[in-house]
Design a protein around this ligand. Structure first.
Ligand SMILES: Cc1cc2nc3c(=O)[nH]c(=O)nc-3n(C[C@H](O)[C@H](O)[C@H](O)COP(=O)(O)OP(=O)(O)OC[C@H]3O[C@@H](n4cnc5c(N)ncnc54)[C@H](O)[C@@H]3O)c2cc1C
Length: 325
């Protein structure tokens, strides 16, 4: 029976979305391969997390120790290498997040385990594990056939897999931490939160995101007016921040904010995964992009494939007309 492990990622007492994505994919693989999925839970007071995770896995392997309260790649590596040596899972899934990127390569190197990063799909071909990763900004999918081994580690791109509900009832197995204190050479100090600007885009019900398609700073006024007419707030993709047209606290995405508004309107945004990660949780997504093949349309519930400079003024007028009636 194939053992599949997925590392639980949590921060400030909250399980992060990527955990549920790993668990969804892990269950899918476990069912195809007649295996079982174990959630690897490292932390302090892990019972709070275990209760939430029970439906999502067959087993929870919990290491509860105060030194594991906050993520420290060195501590995690010491604990995980001990677990993986003893448990010998066939596959270990770790989020391709800042924490996962810090931890997974060193862990794989220490264990001598075949390793692929930033995977967007995992398949089997005969007995070979195939990990798909994207290249050239998502224009090309590379299928990596892993060398035959008894164990693999993969990091999984955020938002590559959905978070699906499940109704398993995991047993919780406690594992004693081999670590009594954080390593001297690297300690968790504190979380530094980005300052919240005059507008908190994470709290708004309607967010209008503008991307490079807007072309010039002066054109932002058009989108601002649309946002005002809808009672929404203006957000953006990273190039708009890089250009200095909007402050960093308006950036949506993997290196910006994660938002879950009722409505997200993406205007002139292509839909690269770094952006999608930050807005896929919106209830409704509406995209305007002149390129009908733009990846944003794969995420959108509604879309208009046309020039934003034509569409936005029409929308604005229509909204004004509806308001005046
Ligand atoms: C480590 C890292 C972290 C990153 N973090 C983030 C992040 O947090 N957030 C983020 O957004 N990006 C992030 N990025 C950048 C990301 O990879 C993309 O480059 C970025 O999201 C693209 O922004 P865009 O869609 O505005 O621009 P583009 O990809 O250039 O897309 C512009 C779109 O506008 C459309 N368009 C052009 N003219 C018009 C018109 N007249 N009418 C309608 N549509 C038009 C085009 O068809 C195109 O699809 C990150 C990248 C890296 C490497």
């Amino acid at each position: 029976m194939k053992k599949i492990f997925a590392l639980v990622e949590h921060r400030k007492g909250e399980i992060r979305d990527v955990t549920y994505e790993l668990l969804t994919k892990g269950r899918d693989l476990a069912s195809k391969l007649e295996g079982e999925l174990t959630a690897l839970l490292l932390g302090n007071n892990t019972a709070q997390f275990a209760e939430k995770l029970k439906p999502c896995a067959h087993h929870i392997l919990s290491v509860d120790h105060e030194v594991l309260k906050d993520f420290n790649a060195e501590s995690y590596q010491l604990v995980l290498s001990d677990i993986l040596k003893k448990e010998s899972p066939w596959l270990t899934l770790i989020g391709h997040t800042a924490s996962g990127m810090d931890l997974a390569p060193a862990l794989a190197q220490e264990l001598g385990t075949p390793f692929t990063t930033d995977c967007v799909e995992i398949d089997m071909e005969n007995d070979n594990l195939i990990a798909t990763r994207q290249m050239y900004g998502g224009k090309l999918n590379a299928e990596c056939k892993m060398q035959n081994a008894s164990s693999y580690i993969l990091t999984i791109r955020q938002a590559a897999f959905p978070q699906e509900p499940a109704n398993l009832n995991a047993d919780v197995v406690s594992f004693t931490s081999p670590l009594a204190q954080e390593p001297d050479y690297r300690k968790f100090v504190e979380y530094l939160e980005a300052a919240i600007g005059e507008v908190d885009i994470t709290k708004a019900d309607i967010v209008i995101g503008v991307g490079r398609g807007i072309k010039e700073r002066e054109n932002l006024r058009l989108i601002e007016e649309l946002a005002d007419s809808l009672g929404g707030v203006l957000a953006c993709s990273r190039p708009i921040v890089d250009a200095g047209w909007l402050p960093k606290d308006r950036q949506v995405g993997s290196s910006g904010k994660t938002i879950k508004p009722k409505l997200y309107i993406a205007i002139g945004i292509s839909g690269q995964f770094q952006h999608i990660t930050g807005m896929k949780g919106a209830d409704t997504i509406f995209a305007i992009n002149k390129d009908p093949n733009a990846p944003i349309f794969n995420e959108a519930d509604y879309g208009i494939a046309d020039d934003l400079f034509k569409v936005v003024p029409i929308l604005k007028n229509k909204i004004a007309e509806m308001k005046s009636n």
